[in-house]
Ligand binder design. Structure first.
Ligand code: FPP
Length: 241
């Protein structure tokens, strides 16, 4: 494990992998090339975060709104997600040795049968790992995730399993894709945008937000360190004084 002497590390980091399209455009390349480079950065930063001792990290790869992009681009992103899952299967022993638990956040409906099978396989095989929880959000929307939880609670109310007055914040939280994982402490968004874009809305209620002008394919370990240093300095009050 790398020792960088951080006095405090976020328990859960959310990363919005933004700027792939601009990176490609700046070079006169097709947008899909930006996503290919972005996928490399995802692997690099995921591994680095694990080495630093970050226990939970969530990457936003594809939102419920991203289906409106050109079909070719959608297919390119899904293919990259598939490549990563195949690689995770091939490297299962290595991932298990490192204690990496892989999880998918999002709505499986709409994904191909092949992707669903790969997700189920990888999630099942790594479910007992607890050193690093690496979440990949695909076909993910924060509002849709809350709706999904609320619908399940409504079913339980209808079935008489729970009374409306017994519904707590925790009841809703347990119905989210992140289940028992801690709230997001830090959201990182490269490429100059200052939006949450429907990413982990519930989980990021008290998250610190850090953005930089670097486009995601150019994002390095140094940028990640910078975000962690900024987080270290922030005084988090959780609504108190
Ligand atoms: C946002 O940049 C990025 C995406 C919508 C796709 C992110 C996907 C990857 C990094 C690769 C696939 C994922 C995995 C898990 C391997 P943008 O296209 O909106 O960039 P722009 O704002 O510059 O156009």
């Amino acid at each position: 494990m790398e020792n960088k002497d951080f006095s405090v590390l976020p328990a859960h980091v959310g990363v919005i992998m933004d700027g792939n399209g601009r990176w490609a455009k700046n070079r006169g390349l097709p947008r899909s090339k930006g996503h290919i480079e972005g996928a490399k950065t995802f692997r690099k930063i995921g591994e680095y975060a694990g080495n630093l001792g970050i226990r939970h990290i969530s990457f936003y790869a594809f939102s419920t709104e991203n289906w409106s992009r050109p079909q070719e681009e959608v297919e390119a992103i899904m293919a990259l997600f598939g490549d990563y899952l195949h690689e995770a299967v091939d490297r299962l022993d290595e991932n298990i040795e490192k204690g990496i638990r892989l999880r998918f956040l999002g709505d499986r409906n709409g994904l191909s049968e092949e992707l669903i099978e790969l997700i189920d396989f990888v999630e099942e095989k790594t479910r007992d790992m607890d050193k690093v929880n690496l979440n990949i959000a695909v076909n993910y929307g924060g509002q849709q995730e809350i709706l999904h939880s609320v619908k399940n609670i409504a079913k339980d109310v209808k079935a008489g399993l729970i009374k409306p007055e017994d519904i707590t914040l925790d009841t809703i939280q347990r119905g989210l894709y992140t289940l028992e994982q801690p709230p997001v402490d830090l959201v990182i968004r490269p490429s100059g945008e200052q939006r949450l874009s429907n990413f982990l809305l519930w989980q990021s209620a008290y998250a610190e937000f850090w953005s930089s002008d670097v486009l995601w394919p150019d994002f390095t370990e140094k940028d990640f360190d910078e975000a962690l240093r900024a987080f270290e300095k922030r005084n988090r009050r959780f609504g108190g004084v």
